[in-house]
Design a protein around this ligand. Structure first.
Ligand code: ADP
Length: 163
């Protein structure tokens, strides 16, 4: 059974993330979307809120082999715990590549048996990041089409309050 973990801050989960997830869900038997619980990043959304939004997205997209969870500490330890042999990441631009290149080297050092698989961003979403969504939403712009439809109303209200 090929199990993959798709880790990230997902603060919040966007349709760019969804695109990567669709590719991964088609390729692996089981995919865990894992929210990184890292208070040093000062996220806008709590881990519980982020997992809840991802759960809603999984249900609304009808994914049968995707689950949401969260982790703190080393990703390779979490991967081992859930039996994942693969890590999924998305690449938008050269800046992502440099960062991912370093992280991959560290993860290989920590656990050489775990491989990372990368999906290129859909060009239509290559500009899209969680921080774009937060900024647009906080300034009252439309985030429709940038986040999964099932989370749109919740995010719109929540970000408007955040301002
Ligand atoms: P992190 O803080 O771990 O980078 P993010 O939530 O920003 O977490 O992103 C998680 C993963 O999804 C990363 O590999 C990132 O490059 C990828 N990603 C983010 N936005 C997009 C997008 N629009 N298209 C494709 N991949 C993306």
């Amino acid at each position: 059974m090929k199990i993959a973990v798709y880790p990230g801050s997902f603060d919040p989960f966007t349709i760019g993330h969804l695109d990567v997830l669709k590719n991964a869900a088609g390729l692996f038997d089981s995919v865990y979307v894992a929210v990184l619980n890292n208070s040093a990043k000062s996220p806008v959304f709590s881990v519980e809120e982020r997992v809840e939004m991802i759960d809603r997205m999984i249900e609304s997209e009808g994914f049968q082999n995707v689950r949401a969870g969260s982790f703190a500490g080393l990703l390779v330890d979490y991967a081992k715990q859930i039996g994942a042999q693969y890590i999924i990441r998305g690449l938008r631009a050269i800046t992502d590549f440099e960062y991912e290149f370093q992280i991959d080297a560290v993860n290989r050092h920590l656990n050489p048996e775990i491989r990372t698989v990368y999906f290129m961003a859909n060009p239509a979403h290559s500009f899209l990041s969680s921080s774009n969504v937060r900024e647009i939403g906080e300034m009252g712009g439309s985030i429709e089409g940038l986040v999964p439809h099932c989370n749109y109303d919740y995010l719109r209200e929540r970000l408007a309050r955040q301002k």
